[in-house]
Design a protein around this ligand. Sequence first.
Ligand code: LLP
Length: 432
Amino acid sequence: MILYPHLDVNSEGHLTIGGADTVALAREFGTPAYIMDENALRAQFRTYLTAARTHFGETALPAFASKALCFTEIYRIAAEEGLGIDCVSGGELYTASRANFPAERIHFHGNNKTDADLAMALSMGVGTIVVDNTDELMALDRIAAEKGVVARILLRITPGIDPHTHRAIQTGNVDSKFGNAIVTGAAMAITRLALSLSHVSLGGFHCHVGSQIFDLDPFCDAADIMMRFIADVRRETGYTATDLNLGGGLGVPYTSTDKAIDYAAAIADIAAIVRKKAEALSLPMPRVILEPGRSLVAAAGITLYTVGGVKEIPGFKNYISIDGGMPDNPRYALYQSEYTALIANRAAAPADFIATVAGRCCESGDLIGEGMPIQRPVRGDILAVLTTGAYNYSMASNYNRLPRPPVILVKDGVARVAVRRETFEDLVRLDV
Ligand code: LLP
């Protein structure tokens, strides 16, 4: 096992994923390539669904935050496994609709949904629109009235929690661009407004405290604060929310120094808080929605690259150049996110070479990581970066006119293409 149980080394010393030899996969599908173990993916979907239903009750729903990984087949898998999804754009809605994802299980998010987005969500019959702000609420009421429908909504609330994570991925603070803060009175004001409108139907509230969080306290605090808010709203307006969406954010290990989370136990702990608060405040137990993104898909994925060469700068650093980089994984460039990398064709050899893994783009910040312990490679070796299932393919670009890699799903050792590799022709297809 290397970092995760679905990653191992075979008798040839090759890294395997879900029983498939990564060196053979690189030969068959080329590099760079995103490879995902479908069994690991489905197992994690089930862990969330089972734990949510066991601890929050049968109506609980994990809604996969598909900004972490979006393509048609992943929505089909989420649908088959009984999950909901969180979509944040017309593009994600369109992809979900192409996958025949049940619209009633979609939560539609975003801090600036356009009129076209809102109209599209209503036309598709999206189950829940999570309204971010007053302007959007008024626009939605108008568009729903024009269509002669009533939109079912949750209101995005900012509970005011600092989850002590990387600043760029913090969204629960009161100065956040997302939602309506409780402490400023904005949350109560938008609730009153929503209750006064005739073409929206308020189902409850949503919050999301941040991402890549290992400490359970922020989630427990958020649950506590949101339950108290539900009680305050009932006292001030007589309205009792039925739904409570607690967002996503549980972390995943990217390196051996990151701790592993027991997701089912974490869900049980958060559920215990909600239950306790419901009893203390004489509230009915809400229907809880969770919105995990990263923790559902990150671990199942790896990225395979081909090493182009090694540059040793004595007294400074060693570079390993690979045939991908920030266009397929911008997370080090954006957040200095750490990863584990290894040479897939010599995976059992000691990782005694300390290197900066550099991409092929024309800028020096195009790195996958610095000071990474790895096997000393030679040109032509296959380099694997682990834990790339979330926020890699979904954040990929065509910078430097590089075609995006394919997404290959491996199941019981058998590989299939879920997203094909982009061609040069794909790159120019929008050019006039
Ligand atoms: N719900 C909402 C409203 C969110 O904004 C997010 C993530 C999630 C759920 C899912 O959070 P997760 O379980 O994946 O932590 N690109 C960054 C992560 C940005 C997260 C944005 N919102 C990264 O690569 O680390």
